[in-house]
Write a new protein. Sequence first.
Length: 144
Amino acid sequence: MSDRPAIDLKWTIIGAAVIVALNQLAAAGLGPALVPNLVEAMGDVGGLVVFALVVAVCSFFVGGLLVGWLSPGETLAEPAIACVVAVVVNGIVSVARGQLADAGGIVGLVIAAGIGFALGLLGAKVGERIQGDTTDKMRERGEL
């Protein structure tokens, strides 16, 4: 049996909720100000890709960082899994709004899941570093 603790479902759900909220807030808050300028400077596709990356960093990295920092113990997998869940939830919201009607949208979701997973994992690692050593982490490593 592995010494690694099981995935904490509570922190995965909290992470997904935080990331979805951050994603929606970043898109709604930054979109009107950034998208027209980015599209004008880089064209339709380039501007929208750069905007998507800005929103991804704002939501996935920051969400992963918050969960990694605030959750007890070693919590790296939970924010990363939460990011993939958040991509699915955001995809469902986009379909409901009629924004994902073609295969390109589905491919974009798959790419977003990979990028979200990586950004969430990176954010969680930074969050764990900020949190430092805790008694929960030491207990997980068998040091207590």
